[in-house]
Design a protein. Structure first.
Length: 321
């Protein structure tokens, strides 16, 4: 069993500047980790900078920062600053993100994602030590960058991974992997690939949870989330690789432009596999199942209805005793 229990920050529905009391309560509730995400809400670093002061015992991590949307030197500076603000308590999670975020929203070509992540990790390993970096990588070139504020401790670098290639990269060149949108049983397929390169490799899993909500409401929320994510090409390919043929009707309807039909085609069984929902006690048992399958750090990502207060959700999903 893991001694870690994480939560995604910041919390939805509350202005960031009003979340201090929630952050301060997390360690008392048993949470050990706070991990930020970056898509179309807050950036990945600002909530963690606040957390470093508001809850100084928490381990902090990004899950994830896209490797495309910041230049290599800017990403190194951001990571070094966060590592200096929370020495020994910060982990940098990087990944490709998706074509939607990178190309559609940021107008950056989503090209050679595997190489881009590999090259960025190799650059960060060198740059974060304070060495002068002058190197030509396959996907970019750095001409003489030296980090001016070297962190007191090097942060672990974790790689967001879905299929075999990136999972092996996470194990071979990263300190572990960040996994996402999978069931606890899927972890048994994914985690061993990372650990081909060391039994001590960390596996962080973002786990979507809807506690204390009736099944119909929870499944409705879950279906909308699944349709939004699993029709993105990288996630679709991931679930095709996992063999989740139950989603074929959803993909077909989506490709035909039938959004309502795509939602209706998602079976209850898939929602129940990918979204933790039910009583708080049952949700905790489901989260623990991920740990038993090979996750070292479960990171809860609440997607409960707006009627549920973030405070209630955080308390409901806190670890037992």
């Amino acid at each position: 069993m893991t001694d870690r229990w994480g939560i995604t920050v910041p919390f939805e529905g509350i202005p960031l500047h009003d979340q201090r009391a929630l952050f301060e309560e997390l360690p008392d509730l048993g949470y050990t980790d706070a991990w930020s995400a970056e898509a179309n809400g807050t950036d990945a670093f600002t909530p963690l900078a606040l957390a470093s002061v508001w809850a100084p015992s928490l381990r902090l991590g990004t899950a994830i920062v896209p490797v495309y949307t910041r230049g290599p030197a800017t990403l190194a500076m951001s990571a070094a600053t966060m590592a200096a603000a929370a020495p020994g308590r910060f982990s940098l999670g990087v990944g490709t993100s998706s074509n939607v975020i990178v190309q559609r929203w940021n107008s950056i070509p989503f090209e050679e994602p595997y190489k881009k992540v590999r090259d960025t990790v190799r650059f960060l390993r060198e740059a974060l030590t304070g060495q002068k970096v002058k190197a030509e990588y396959d996907t970019f070139e750095v001409k003489g960058f030296t980090l001016g504020a070297v962190p007191p401790e090097q942060p672990p670098i974790l790689i967001a991974a879905l299929r075999q290639g990136m999972l092996r990269l996470a194990g071979r060149e990263g300190d572990g992997a960040i996994i996402n949108w999978l069931s606890s049983e899927d972890v048994r397929t994914v985690a061993p690939i990372v650990r081909e390169f060391g039994a001590d490799k960390e596996v962080v899993a973002r786990i979507f949870a809807i506690p204390d909500t009736d099944p119909d409401t929870a499944r409705g929320i879950g279906r909308r989330a699944i349709a939004a994510y699993l029709n993105v090409p990288v996630y679709r390919a991931f679930h095709e690789w996992l063999g989740r043929e139950e989603l074929d009707p959803m993909w077909k309807a989506w490709d035909e432009g039938d959004r309502k039909g795509a939602l209706a085609a998602i079976p209850d069984s898939v929602v129940d596999d990918l979204i933790v929902h039910g009583s708080a006690e049952y949700c905790r048992e489901r989260i623990e199942a991920y740990v038993e399958a090979g996750v070292t750090t479960p990171v809860i990502a609440p997607i409960a209805p707006p009627s549920q207060a973030p405070t209630d959700i955080i308390r409901a999903l806190a670890p037992r005793g």
